[in-house]
Design a protein around this ligand. Sequence first.
Ligand code: SF4
Length: 357
Amino acid sequence: MIALALRAASDAPAPFVTRLTRKPDSDPALSHFLAATQAGSLWSGAQGLFEVASAAEDLIGDVVLVDPFEGRADRLIRSASRHNTLVVTEQCDQLCAMCSQPPKKTHVDRFDLLETACLLADQGITIGISGGEPTLHRARLFAMLESVLEARPDLTFHVLSNAQHFTADDALRLRSPCYRNVVWGIPVYAADAASHDAIVGKAGAFERLMVSFTHLLRAGARIELRTVLSSSTAERLDTLASFIARNLAHIEQWSVMGLENIGFARSRWSELHLDLRRDFDAVSKALDRAILHGIRPRLFNIPLCHVPEAYRSYAVASISDWKQRFSDKCAPCAARPDCSGFFEWHPPELVEEVFPL
Ligand code: SF4
């Protein structure tokens, strides 16, 4: 597993964001490598000297948030990684049964620091925005996206949102051309309000979601729908596919996702987890229906050898590199570059049951 938070030491008076480079540069947003140390590496920048507990070679090109009070450096944007996600808040107004990052009550506003980080990103990358629920802080979020995209139109954002807060006014704002570079990843778990609301732990959530879809549709927003597979969503997946085809045909993609064995799902794993190697019928039926209606489905977080051959072309190597894991038995597998593998925290018995292709 790749560590995203490293021990760090700095005398700076406040947290700061900087990009780590090999050589000195006149740009004050950059810091350059000075020397290897016992703890890791020493860097110099506009905020003075600071030390990070990692070898410089692993950090060159990274955009880091150094917090002198916490003694920590967060690798916000790792150079050469396709998987960079910024958590803008840990607050959320839903309590999803399978939430991988259970919410917290308090919010620490880091939007200004995160904006600086985005401005320092590599050319042309996609930056994920996640939470908690990012749109609980809509004004700050929209301002950050607009400001970054004005300066960096080469970037794209993928924002995960429960879509409980979009308004008619937002629809006007989201028509701005810069939002062509923003994809909203929105979970929907069932075609009926009672089932969806039960899974997200919020009465009225489905109804509010439909209102938001109307606003987003008016804005011409780019939408990816997301459905996490569990025992409770699988049995309704085909009905959901019909619902999407009938009502949400304008979406860019429907991502059907394997369950992550962390957060709330960990304690309910045996109840929620579906063994797709033994029963793929509910998924295949829903995928067939989606495809028939011109919806673009994708399978996330499911190893290729757990997917029947006819559906492997829909499976994506979606698990972020820092939390991705393979079995030793995967070594001879020709499909490994295209395979999601497993989450670092997947149960070992599942990780060991692989069938190299
Ligand atoms: S054997 Fe390993 S790399 Fe190959 S498809 Fe299965 S999980 Fe993926």
